[in-house]
Design a protein around this ligand. Structure first.
Ligand SMILES: [Ca+2]
Ligand SMILES: [Ca+2]
Ligand SMILES: [Ca+2]
Length: 317
């Protein structure tokens, strides 16, 4: 029988098979450069490449709000905002991922005033919904920490995890979410994955943002897939762009079309319970997006089923 990946993960944890705590990076030591965060602003270089932010400058646009905080606030880290133009921080989580050889790096950050408690991970595919408490994930944690925010009274907490990519790549579509109580408020963020042309792709809403471009011809040191917004909460269907997860291998076949992105229109077909939603790809096409890359198999994803985690349902709202 085939174990559902989450069960396999639990078994592996029980056996201490993957990355025993204290030596979390051994399996991927040849690729550790991808874990670099040169300017120590909390965004790994691979994610900065997606945002087109400067990996050597913690505040690319020089408006005194660090790149990572702009991501949390939902503002553009490449365009200076006027003093006072930034929305106030609120308890919020952001999750993003990029692949590192056989592994997936999860970067999670959040604005917090007092405390982050009871973090957990939720994983969903077409057949399963499972939640992992944080202590189960500790064996996969690379690091975590907190730094003062530029917003008085707030901090930016962050954590990185390294999990086997097969957790999401072994299924046609899967979603990961992280949930926690921040300052007493129940918050979550999710990211959706699907397969196109045999490549793992990330589904992102808000793809029209100028900060969400993918430099298909970027140098190996700063290759890119686009970021911003940890999609996933597409409770009303809608759609978004598909971007390669892998920041180092070109991410998509060379036959893909440059300066375009694969857009998918999603149609909610079933509420599978517990916040797990099934969407049918009602339409898919390449559309213009500078520096992005459209999978050659984009149109072929029509009628695919995408599994998402609806944050509102997850939180019981
Ligand atoms: Ca950085
Ligand atoms: Ca930066
Ligand atoms: Ca800034």
């Amino acid at each position: 029988m085939k174990f559902p990946p989450i069960l396999a993960l639990s078994v592996a944890l029980a056996l201490g098979y993957f990355y025993p705590f204290g030596n979390p990076l051994g399996a991927s030591s040849g690729n550790l450069v991808v874990l670099a965060d040169a300017d120590l602003d909390g965004l790994d270089d691979a994610l900065e490449a997606r945002l087109l932010t400067d990996p050597n400058n913690s505040d690319t646009d020089g408006d005194l709000v660090p790149d990572i905080e702009e991501v949390l606030l939902g503002t553009n880290p490449n365009v200076a905002g006027a003093a006072g133009s930034f929305p106030p921080p609120e308890p919020k989580l952001h999750i993003d991922a990029y692949s590192l050889g056989p592994d997936l790096v999860l970067q999670i950050s959040g604005h917090v005033q007092q405390s982050i408690i009871s973090p957990s991970f939720v994983w969903a595919d077409a057949n399963n919904l499972a939640s992992l408490p944080a202590w189960d994930m500790r064996a996969y944690r690379i690091d975590h920490g907190s730094r003062p925010s530029v917003k008085s009274g707030w901090n930016v907490a962050s954590a990185r995890f390294l999990i086997p990519k097969s957790i999401v790549s072994s299924e046609p579509s899967a979603s990961l979410a992280v949930r926690a109580f921040i300052d007493g408020e129940d918050v979550a963020a999710a990211v959706m994955f699907t397969q196109v042309d045999g490549y793992l792709a990330q589904f992102r809403t808000g793809f029209g943002s100028s900060s969400m471009t993918w430099s298909g011809s970027a140098s190996p040191a700063h290759p890119a897939t686009p970021l911003l917004q940890s999609g996933g909460s597409t409770s009303t269907g809608g759609g978004g762009g598909l971007f390669p997860v892998d920041p180092t291998e070109g991410g998509a076949p060379s036959s893909s079309s440059a300066d375009e992105v694969c857009l998918q229109v999603l149609e909610l077909t079933a509420n599978l319970g517990g916040g797990r939603m099934a969407y049918r790809v009602a339409d898919a096409y390449c559309d213009s997006l500078p520096q992005a890359l459209c999978f050659s198999g984009c149109v072929g994803t029509i009628d695919d089923v995408i599994i998402g985690i609806d944050i509102i349902s997850l939180l019981g709202g």
